[in-house]
Design a protein around this ligand. Structure first.
Ligand code: ADP
Ligand code: MG
Length: 308
C-alpha cells in the first residue's frame, strides 16, 4: 500500500495497520458484502463463481466440468467448471500458486506424468472426454498442443523440430513435410528469419525465435487447442511483443488457452479471462468485462494490483 503524502490530503482516510485485503477496500466504493467469495474460499466454504452469461452456455471447444485435482493428499484444483469458446484466446489469471498451470496441464493430461495425481470430474475437448478410460493420450496431445514458459526446442535442425510431430504420426513424404514446415513457420512469424537455414540447429536461435519455433512445432500438427503457460515470461519486451502479436494472429485459426501473470498481457491478447484463487474459479467472462466492469469487488482488487 502506497502512502504518498506529497499532495495535501483532500479527505483524509484513516488507514490503520490492518489486513492488506481490508485496507485495499478503503479505496473502493462501498460495496457490501465485501470479499465474500475470497473469504469463503479461504475458509474452504462453498462459493459461487461469477460467470458472465456469454460463457455460461457450456458449448465450448474445451469444457472443464466440475474438475478437481489432487497432488497426493493435497487438493489443488477445486471443482472448477469452465467453458472455453472456440476460436478465441482465453487467459487464466490469478496469484502465483493458485493452480493455473495445473489446470492448464490437465487439459492435455500432462499431469499424468506426476506421481500421485488423482482427478475427479472431467474435461471435454471437442466433445470427447479427456479422462475417460479409453482416451488415446497421444492423440489427445496432438489435438491439444502446448507451449511452455521456457522454450524447449529439440537439439536438432529447425526443419526437424517443426515436422517432429508429423513424423511421430507417420508422415514420411518430403513434399508434405516441406510444405507443412513452411506453412507452420509462416504461421509462427518466423519463416523470413530462418528460411535460408532450415537445416541449422534450432539451438542457435535467439530466445524469442526459439519460442516462435515451439509455436510453429505446436501448430504443425493442426491442434484444436493450443495451451500456453506464461510463454513470454523468459523473453525481453520486444520478443514478448512479437509473441503477443503472434497469439492474436494464431487465434484467427486456433483456440488458445493462455496462463499469464501479466495483467497487461491478459488484457491485450485475450478475449475472455478467468480469475482463479486458491484452486477455485472466482470470476469468468469477456476480458473487457473482467478488466473494466467486473462483477466481484475481489476481481477488481486483483486486476488493479491490490493483492496477489
Ligand atoms: N508436480 C507437483 N507436485 C506437487 N505439487 C505441485 C506440483 N505442481 C504444482 N504443485 C502445487 O500446486 C499448487 C498450484 O501450482 P501451480 O499450478 O503451478 O500454480 P500457478 O501456475 O497458478 O502458479 C502449488 O501449491 C504448487 O506448489
Ligand atoms: Mg504456473
Amino acid at each position: 500500500m502506497n502512502e504518498t503524502p506529497s499532495k495535501p490530503a483532500m479527505s483524509p482516510v484513516k488507514v490503520e495497520a490492518i489486513d492488506p485485503l481490508d485496507s485495499a477496500v478503503l479505496d473502493m466504493p462501498r460495496q457490501a458484502p465485501r470479499f465474500n467469495v475470497l473469504s469463503a474460499i479461504q475458509n474452504d466454504q462453498p462459493h459461487a463463481p461469477a460467470i458472465h452469461p456469454s460463457v455460461a452456455h457450456g458449448k465450448g471447444i474445451v469444457e472443464i466440468k466440475d474438475f478437481s485435482l489432487y497432488y497426493g493428499p493435497k487438493k489443488t484444483v477445486h471443482s472448477v467448471s469452465l467453458s472455453i469458446p472456440v476460436g478465441h484466446v482465453t487467459a487464466l489469471i490469478g496469484p502465483s500458486g493458485c493452480g493455473k498451470s495445473t489446470l492448464l496441464r490437465s487439459v492435455n493430461r500432462l499431469n499424468d506424468l506426476v506421481d500421485g495425481v488423482r482427478t475427479t470430474g472431467d474435461i471435454l475437448v471437442g466433445g470427447e472426454s479427456v479422462y475417460a478410460p479409453g482416451t488415446d493420450v497421444i492423440d489427445l496431445r496432438r489435438r491439444v498442443g502446448m507451449v511452455f514458459q521456457k522454450s524447449n526446442p529439440f537439439p536438432m535442425s529447425i526443419f526437424d523440430n517443426v515436422v517432429y510431430g508429423l513424423r511421430i504420426h507417420g508422415e514420411r513424404r518430403r513434399s508434405v513435410l516441406e510444405e507443412v514446415c513452411e506453412r507452420s513457420l509462416r504461421g509462427a512469424a518466423l519463416w523470413d528469419e530462418v528460411k535460408d537455414r532450415l537445416q541449422s540447429s534450432a539451438m542457435g536461435l535467439s530466445g524469442g525465435q526459439q519460442q516462435r519455433l515451439c509455436i510453429a512445432r505446436a501448430i504443425a500438427v493442426e491442434p484444436q487447442v493450443l495451451l500456453m503457460d506464461e510463454p513470454c515470461s523468459a523473453l525481453d519486451p520486444i520478443a514478448t511483443l512479437k509473441i503477443e502479436e503472434l497469439i492474436l494472429e494464431i487465434s484467427q485459426k486456433y483456440t488458445v488457452l493462455i496462463v499469464t501473470h501479466n495483467m497487461g498481457q491478459a488484457s491485450r491478447v485475450s478475449d475472455y479471462t478467468a480469475f482463479m484463487y486458491l484452486g477455485r474459479l472466482v470470476e469468468y467472462g469477456p476480458t473487457s468485462h473482467i478488466f473494466q466492469t467486473p462483477t466481484l469487488p475481489e476481481t477488481e482488487q486483483y486486476i488493479t494490483g491490490k493483492f496477489g
